[in-house]
Design a protein. Sequence first.
Length: 391
Amino acid sequence: MYRFLLALWLGSRLLAAAKQEDDQALAQRAVEAERRGDFPSAISGFQALLRNGADSPELRTNLGIAYFQMRDFGHALQQFRIALATQPNSAPGNLFAGLSLLNAGHPKESLVYLQKAHLVQSDDPTPLLGLARAEVACNHFAQSRAFYEEAVRLYPQNAEAWYGLGIVERVLAERDLKQSRQGVNSSEAREKSRTALRASEKAIGKAMQLDPGSVHARMILGESFRIAERYDLAVREYQEATEQQPKFAPAWAGLAVAYSASGDDRNALQAAAQALELEPNDAGTNALVAGIYLRLSDYSKAEPYALRALQLQPDLSSAQIVLAKIYLSRQKPQKALPMLQSAVKEDTDGSTYYLLATTLRQLGRSADAAAAMKKYQQLHGAHVRAMSGVR
């Protein structure tokens, strides 16, 4: 996978940048941990290097990649932004900053980073595929199709590119068919729909030829559709993935997330149960179940899942927020406070700062509550502007 290739390249750069012999040995161990997929150990090693003063863009990027692989996109983005402040044209820094934003549900904000990565590293399909996914997540299917078409032209053996093109063509065909049924340029819309369906069948056939399973591509498209709030399409992709690989826990977890986002709690819990049966130590799925039970006001069921998630990943903000809300419902703001103080580190829209402000106000800490509310207003305003495309 491209992520491991980047880790290897960055690892060599990191080792060259380490000046002290002890730091070189520590960097070597951290890089080896990252190569073998032991990302918690890699994070610990990179953080130790930072404490030793061995800071560099390469170190920050490696640390960000390790966080990214742990799906801790907030901390990953922090590291990439620090690295890019020194090396703004870094291809991996821009690529992973964009992918972190995309996976965190901010596709519009991801585009500028992914476009920069594509310009800097035009011979790599990854930024191009990232741009296509981001446009899908923005509900811009025509723009996404253009990126996928460029990807299959430049990289005809890339199954993900063909699969993405096929799915986007199918979505556009369904849209045109719907318009034809509504009488909107009906004959033209029907012809466009037939053309898109033929193109879709051809592209998906090519993808299946290159990668008969195509589970990876289905997972990627499912996530993009979920971010775009096209939950019906997301569910369809994840269901296909679970049928192709019934023992693949991430597919069930993705299906649970898509059902939950659509408000279908019953099916979300069923899919999450399948995911946890296959992988009980998945912190994200435990946090998801906790969040569903919280939404259903079943705090007694929510709490153990939130605690389990935090046992597995102590800084998982989604679980911290669930637990904080449970404590607040029990009139225990003092217990909620440390959860929220930790969770605000990953707040991108101000919602957690707002909850922190109300908690601090309950505790009589008016000055701290005002500071948190000011931060909420800043983040919320920036988020609204970013979503509307206003700079």
